[in-house]
Design a protein around this ligand. Structure first.
Ligand code: URA
Length: 189
């Protein structure tokens, strides 16, 4: 089976998942999208209203900003893989709970195992703390971490602010753009 076929099969299972209560309140599951053999996997927090409506990750205002930043480093959304810590929208866009993130974690773990990216980019603290539980986003953003992650072996992580948090905050926005530009260098390593 190709990586693409493996992801498609996994998506079917994710769509049928009823392991937590989020599935009862969301419209549809948002498994993720992009290239099955991408060098970069970007991980956000969870689907928002627009993502829930369309079944696709990062398609609202934060997604537009993410696309702009990708184009700065000459990448398109089709070149990377975009996923979330939870695949179903938390009601009223509240933060996903620790329990919900833990319940959804095996899906993300399987996505990463299939794609085998060079770099995992975490967007915001929820995503970062899944892999780097002791880091603070204000200190870790723009930095890469090489860690031996359980079940994944040695993996490179790169922490970024969440595009939604930076969208309407001038200085954070510029910091995020500057941090984003470091990705090209990281990929060349
Ligand atoms: N914010 C996220 O964290 N993920 C999305 O898919 C959209 C907005």
């Amino acid at each position: 089976m190709t990586q693409k076929e493996k992801l498609e099969k996994l998506n079917e299972k994710m769509i049928a998942c009823k392991k937590c209560a989020l599935r009862k309140t969301c419209t549809q599951v948002v498994p993720g999208e992009g290239s099955a053999n991408a060098s970069i996997v970007l991980i956000g927090e969870g689907p928002g209203k627009k993502e829930d409506e369309l079944g696709r990750p990062f398609v609202g205002a934060a997604g537009k900003f993410l696309d702009e930043m990708l184009s700065v480093i000459k990448l398109e959304r089709e070149d990377v893989y975009i996923a979330n810590t939870v695949k179903c929208r938390p009601p009223e866009n509240r933060d996903p709970s620790t329990k919900e993130k833990e319940t959804c974690w095996p899906w993300l773990e399987k996505q990463i195992a299939i794609i085998q990216p060079k770099v995992i980019i975490t967007l915001g603290r929820h995503s970062m703390n899944l892999f780097l539980p002791d880091e603070k986003i204000s200190e870790a953003h723009g930095k890469s971490f090489e860690i031996n992650f359980p079940g994944m072996g040695k993996q490179t992580f790169f922490a970024l602010y969440h595009p939604a948090a930076a969208l309407y905050n001038g200085s954070m926005r510029q910091t995020l753009i500057d941090d984003f530009k470091k990705i090209s260098k990281l990929l060349k390593k």
